[in-house]
Design a protein around this ligand. Structure first.
Ligand code: MN9
Length: 315
């Protein structure tokens, strides 16, 4: 398998960051999580983004995580590093580091918190794109303030800007972006709840949180859409939404995914404050919920097989 941005396709986990219960970066757990993800035919890894709780980490920790992942992945799949930070200067440092350690690309949310105008956002991406030779994937997500289709098309004209990760729900914008941007411009679906719809629209890949825990289900959805079996894709997507909403309704989505993974023997650690973690009793209830969804929906999730192998009487 190649390792450039052209190979960054298909189902791509937005990787969880692994912290121990004292909130320290956990190298061993990170390696375990990578091995777990690499056991599936994933199309790449997306690091230190929203799912990775990157804005709760300092730059040194982010760089350390990237180094550990690059070492563990050892060129098996392309790795794109999200380098968004509060200042252009900080983002550029992260970008240069990503290039130095062999990432396939970088990605960034627009600068946020302060109300920047379109010109300042454009300059941010221009400066970032020029700071390395890596391809840059623009990350459009409501949490950082959605950019318009016009702004994305304008950004796509910058040399190194090679794609967009679109975590919106107005899917006609995916079509508008595909129509308006240069040929070969990559579009990634970012909203896991809309996976099958994004794939139907012809995105190059889907990048998201839940591909840490249910990548196998999304690979089946990908296959179904590619085989034009829309009823199957839609039915599987509905099952994926059951799992996603169990995670969202837990109130601490990343902590919930980490608890599910730990129950399956993958040491994905805990979340960092101000996110909250769960008591052992609450974790057991969340794990039971995942196993129940799998059973009731007849999915046969790989992670649930692992959970049941360790704890056959969980229900
Ligand atoms: O775009 C993710 N967004 C965030 C990436 O982490 C905020 C998505 O994968 C969502 O977590 C997912 C669940 O709502 O769609």
């Amino acid at each position: 398998m190649g390792c450039g941005i052209q190979d960054f396709k298909g189902v791509i986990p937005a990787v969880l960051s692994v912290f121990d219960q004292q909130e320290n970066f956990d190298e061993q757990g990170t390696r375990e999580l990578m091995n777990h993800l690499l056991s599936f035919p994933i199309g790449g890894l997306y690091l230190t983004g929203s799912t990775g709780e990157a804005f709760l980490m300092n730059s040194e920790e982010r760089m350390r995580q990237v180094e550990v992942v690059m070492d563990q992945v050892a060129g098996k799949v392309p790795v794109v590093v999200h380098v968004g930070a509060m200042s252009t200067k900080a983002s550029i440092e992260l970008a240069r580091h990503a290039e130095k350690v062999g990432a396939a690309g970088i990605s960034s949310v627009p600068p946020f918190y302060f109300k920047y105008n379109n010109e300042q956002i454009f300059r941010y991406y221009q400066d970032l794109a020029e700071s390395t030779s890596l391809p840059l994937v623009v990350y459009n997500i409501p949490l950082a303030g959605m950019m318009t289709v016009e702004q994305i098309i304008r950004l796509s004209e910058i040399d190194n800007v090679k794609g967009v990760k679109y975590t919106g729900t107005a899917l006609y914008e995916v079509t508008q972006v595909k129509e308006g941007c240069k040929p070969g411009f990559q579009v990634y679906g970012g909203c896991d709840e809309l996976g099958s719809s994004n794939i139907s629209l012809g995105v190059d890949g889907i990048i998201g949180s839940f591909y840490n825990v249910i990548p196998d289900l999304y690979m089946r959805i990908w296959e179904a859409v590619k085989n034009s079996d829309i009823p199957t894709a839609t039915a599987l997507q509905a099952k994926a939404v059951h799992v996603i909403f169990a995670g969202i309704r837990s109130g601490s989505m990343m902590a919930c995914m980490k608890a599910w993974l730990r129950a399956g023997g993958v040491n994905a650690g805990w979340s960092r404050r101000p996110f909250t973690n769960f008591s052992p009793e609450e974790e057991t209830a969340l794990v039971r919920q995942l196993v129940s969804i799998d059973r009731e929906d007849g999915i046969g999730l790989e992670l649930v097989k692992k959970i049941l192998a360790r704890n056959p009487d969980i229900l």
